[in-house]
Design a protein around this ligand. Structure first.
Ligand SMILES: [Zn+2]
Length: 500
């Protein structure tokens, strides 16, 4: 077609389409920037052997981060002025435990490292003096207990449930409370049948990467956090709140190595003079687990194509689309580091947020383990926010069914970066490749060297990406921003955050 005829055709189209053009706009616009070739190219690069599985932190992971920042820059997405660039540096420290020695004594009993104790966090120290026991170390318990300079002992968990991840999360909060209140150390008594002690020692006895929140007076890094094996709560039964005890704790030989690695962040301003103050967050983690034990074929590179080059590229896709065709609300694109080490990049992002939490009105996260159907997209938390109809509509438009979490027992909602947003009250589902169960078809690739770009179905991915971008546009242009369904675990937190 010549240029002249092309222009004539355009005028005719505009006249014919008239007002109905707007209704179809978002779907049409969604497809304009997506191509199978681009999807394949991005995933091929991010999950290439050269990037060695994008471990946090590693030189290859930095190459991935630079690649992402460069793409965002090409699209026209801007760095946040408060960050002064596309990177938000996340500070880490690795606790090298191989030469560490921990001893604890109380009431005439001596507790040894590994047999009884394991360090979660903390450098070398020694304390000899007062000890205080409280039940679970909840906020209200800390509020009425004088812990200054004392070794604080509490039970792990909060007395409900045995989900080990939750126990870790609870522990981190207690650790922060203890540090803030000026305690000398925090010891949690451990009694969880879900993870036997020897597994825990195996896991925590090796080098651990954690966030480096500094060693200032209030920082959790300023005091150690340990777990002490207490099957049947025997020790707990001996200890009583309000009683005066003395104890001795010493940690020597702990080596700490510092490192950093970035979250990649960019934004596009919204077109609506009022709604542009609201940001929809499009997020995914770009790290994976690096190089590890070889599989039967001798492959030791864990490429992480599904987990989570796919999610990373969904964010690139929506960034390219919105940079070209901005939505009413502003868009914030965030690619997290350190997810595989315990959702660390998103925890850092929320705690050092470059944008006030209440201005982040929705988080549309993408994370993946694998897929066992090419007829669906699975949205973890689909029915938990009022965006469900929009996401369903977007999937349907590209021949996919939007399905909700088929494996609640896996607790997937709380296992990806979206949970750090949800905990603040920000509605945050996770968009994932279709799966009907967390079965062998998923486990075949999940955290395996075989999770590679050459065994993905790119025709399916094109639909999947189109649906994500279309759903994103619907959410970002919606008259009213979707919110938690009433009664949801995070509903109250959301109401509080947005003053609803
Ligand atoms: Zn993973």
């Amino acid at each position: 077609m010549s240029k002249k005829y092309y222009r004539m055709a355009l005028v005719a189209w505009a006249l014919l389409a008239g007002t109905t053009a707007y209704a179809q706009n978002d779907q049409t616009l969604a497809t304009q920037t997506i191509s199978r070739a681009k999807i394949e190219a991005h995933i091929g690069f991010l999950a290439s052997d050269e990037l060695k599985g994008r471990n946090t932190p590693s030189p290859e992971q930095l190459i991935a981060a630079r690649y992402l920042a460069t793409q965002l820059q090409c699209y026209g997405a801007k760095p946040l002025p408060s960050l002064g660039g596309y990177f938000q540096q996340v500070k880490f420290k690795t606790q090298k435990k191989s030469k560490a020695k921990i001893t604890f004594s109380f009431n005439g009993k001596n507790f040894e490292q590994n047999t009884h104790m394991v360090a979660i966090e903390g450098g070398n120290m020694s304390a000899d003096g007062a000890m205080v026991f409280m039940e679970y170390g909840k906020e209200e318990e800390f509020a009425k207990t004088d812990v200054k300079g004392k070794i604080v002992v509490v039970k792990a968990g909060v007395g409900e449930g045995t989900d080990a991840r939750q126990w870790f999360a609870d522990g981190r909060k207690k650790h922060e409370r203890a540090a803030k209140a000026g305690a000398a150390a925090l010891i949690e008594l451990y009694n969880n049948p879900m993870i036997p002690w020897r597994f825990l020692v195996n896991y925590l006895g090796s080098d651990q990467l954690v966030l480096d929140k500094g060693t200032g007076k209030d920082a959790p890094g300023s005091i150690p956090h340990l777990w002490l094996n207490d099957p049947d709560w025997k020790e707990a039964a001996e200890m009583k709140t309000d009683a005066a005890y003395t104890a001795k704790l010493s940690i020597t030989g702990m080596e700490i190595v510092y490192a950093s690695s970035p979250n990649v962040v960019a934004y596009v301003e919204g077109t609506d003079p009022k709604l542009k103050n609201e940001y929809v967050v499009y997020s995914a983690h770009y790290d994976h687990v690096g190089v590890g034990r070889p599989d039967v074929a001798g492959d030791s590179i864990y490429n992480g194509a599904r987990d989570n080059a796919v999610g990373t590229v969904t964010v690139l896709s929506v960034a390219e689309n919105i940079a070209k065709h901005p939505t009413k609300r502003s868009a914030l694109f965030v690619l997290f580091t350190g997810e595989e080490k315990g959702l660390l990049g998103s925890e850092w992002f929320i705690e050092n947020s470059p944008i006030p939490h209440k201005q982040m009105v929705y988080c549309f996260n993408s994370d993946n383990a694998g897929y066992n159907t090419t007829k669906a997209a699975t949205i973890i938390g689909l029915k938990r926010t009022s965006a469900a109809p929009m996401i369903e509509q977007a999937c349907k438009a590209f021949g996919l069914e939007a399905t909700d979490d088929p494996a609640p027992e896996q607790n997937l909602f709380d296992r990806s970066d979206n949970v750090n947003f949800a905990a603040m009250g920000i509605p945050a589902p996770t968009f994932s490749l279709g799966f009907t169960a967390f079965d062998d078809a998923i486990n075949k690739y999940y955290h395996q060297p075989g999770d590679q770009p050459d065994n993905l179905d790119y025709d399916y991915l094109q639909k999947f990406f189109s649906a994500y971008v279309y759903a994103s546009r619907l959410i970002a242009n919606a008259k009213e921003i979707p919110f938690w369904k009433e009664g949801d675990k995070y509903f109250e937190a959301g109401k509080k955050l947005y003053g609803k």
